[in-house]
Design a protein. Sequence first.
Length: 282
Amino acid sequence: MYDRILVPTDGSETATAALEHAGDLAAAVGATVHVLHVGDGDDTVDTTGAAIAGDGRTLVDDRGAHAIEDVRGGDPTETILETARDATVDAIVMGSCGRAGLERLVLGSVTEGVVRESPVPVIVVGADGHASHEYPYRHVTIATDGSEAATAAVTAGVSLAREHDAAVHLLSVADVPPEDLESNGPDDTRIGRLESGAREAIERAEEFASEAGLEAVTSEVRFGEAAEEIRAGAAESEADLLVVGTSGRGGLSRMVLGSVAEDVLRTAEIPVLTVRASDGDE
């Protein structure tokens, strides 16, 4: 599972939610939380950053997990990724947005950059989602389109579900505009091809989950706009965690950051575990 979890913090509401989530996760699996604040290097930010990192460490300690604090200077995205590699972390947990006056952990900048390039899975937590869906995970929804990134997401999601004895809901979307579905119907050749691909992705994911020993597994294929259907599927399955790949196959659900995955990250009401395919797989 996870031995070391990196949590970047700027003291914002979503960073606090991420620290709480990481603290709960780390306490459950026996991991150490590496609390990181990235400053611009001047004395004021160094002093402020030390206080922010110290507060983050205290918050994690209070949740029963071991934590260390770290303050570094530099570009936030590059520094977070560099720290992840230097500290050999197994996962990153971070807020979906942050304090604009400091590191601007805003999806589309720092968070997006980390999700794009992280060598390890990233759990993105929003303040609202954290408040309404507490850890531990009991229901995990995994979105798949059969791509390498989605396969990596299935692997990571199944592993987490097995660790937490959680139920798994496998979801694949035939990305068909509602108007096309209404006008052409399910017998349309293109729609049929997309449905077939989605069902094949589900079958492979089901096989993997079965081989992993999971019994509480459900699955479905949905039609419509991918991000919207992924969110809806997660909500209907009462998921505590949504798992997606950060790149995908263009003909199916197009889970490409900047498109589907970014939309899901911006609007999800629960934590989202993002998994990037290895460089050799993309």
